[in-house]
Design a protein around this ligand. Structure first.
Ligand code: NDP
Length: 252
């Protein structure tokens, strides 16, 4: 009998694994047998809590602090991860931030922060992870983009540009690494209930809900399930693709 979703022996790095969607991805991949590397940048309490949840559920986790936007930090973190755990099989580029504002009002710092974390951060991690993956001739890379990267959104030019950039980064990397046994895909969430969306006013939430055919925000586990599929053997012939998880809000 074929055993589905078995990640035993695999090492999975989840950036921004401390909270929200990243935490759910860590729990899901650990439940399938992977050793999960939980990355965070500032909230060590949250990262430790994710690690404790993984351990309580019978999984294995390790916590690493690094800023995905910092090229040198990322390079040395991945070297350390390979030294500590022997390999990197799965990379989930999940770390992300928002600094919203209308284009005419947007400060350069808000543009740079979002592009550096959400786009350059993914480039940094993909580059660092692809070396051990190429040696292994196996790898699974999944980046968390957004409905906003496909549809655009007033007040989020920086976020939208970064997430759309992640689409191009994913497709081009998929073409470069396909012959090495490495798949590169993305998951594009709609509106998911996390710290990132908690700040939205009730008025804005009502407008968003009116645009979602399913009339509900998504759950972190909806995204984790799509990621788990893309890193599994069931998805081994899928590369350069995006799964939209958005309640029908955008049909790409
Ligand atoms: P949260 O704000 O809940 O969590 C963000 C995570 O990213 C935290 O773990 C945070 O670490 C980490 N992080 C932020 N900056 C860095 C950095 N420079 N280096 C390393 N880690 C960093 O976000 P969500 O869970 O909501 O979002 C996760 C991903 O999903 C993001 O890429 C987001 O853009 C995307 N997304 C979210 C949607 C939503 O509706 N929530 C919709 C579409 C896409 P720390 O805890 O240390 O601060």
């Amino acid at each position: 009998m074929v055993k589905c979703m078995d990640l035993t022996g695999k090492v999975a790095v989840v950036t921004g694994g401390s909270r929200g969607i990243g935490r759910s991805i860590c729990l899901r991949l650990a439940a399938a047998g992977a050793l999960v590397v939980i990355n965070y940048v500032s909230r060590s309490d949250a990262a430790d809590e994710t690690a404790a949840l993984v351990t309580e559920a019978g999984g294995t986790a390790a916590v690493y602090k690094f800023d995905v936007a910092d090229t040198a930090e990322v390079q040395s973190a991945f070297k350390q991860i390979v030294a500590d755990h022997g390999r990197v099989d799965i990379l989930v580029n999940n770390a992300g931030i928002t600094r919203d504002g209308l284009l005419v009002m947007m400060k350069e710092a808000a543009w740079d922060a979002v592009l550096d974390t959400n786009l350059k951060g993914s480039f940094n991690c993909i580059k660092a992870a692809s070396r051990p993956m190429m040696k292994q001739r196996f790898g699974r890379i999944v980046s968390i983009t957004s409905v906003i990267g496909f549809a655009g959104n007033a007040g989020q030019v920086n976020y939208s540009a970064a997430k759309a950039g992640l689409v191009g980064l994913t497709r081009s990397t998929a073409k470069e690494l396909a012959s090495r046994g490495i798949t590169v895909n993305g998951v594009a969430p709609g509106y998911i209930d996390t710290d990132m969306t908690k700040e939205l006013s009730d008025d804005v939430k009502d407008i968003i809900l009116s645009e979602i055919p399913m009339k509900a925000m998504g759950n972190v586990d909806d995204i984790a399930a799509a990621v788990a599929f893309l890193v599994s053997d069931d998805a081994s012939y899928i590369t350069g693709q995006f799964i939209h998880v958005n309640g029908g809000m955008y049909m790409g």
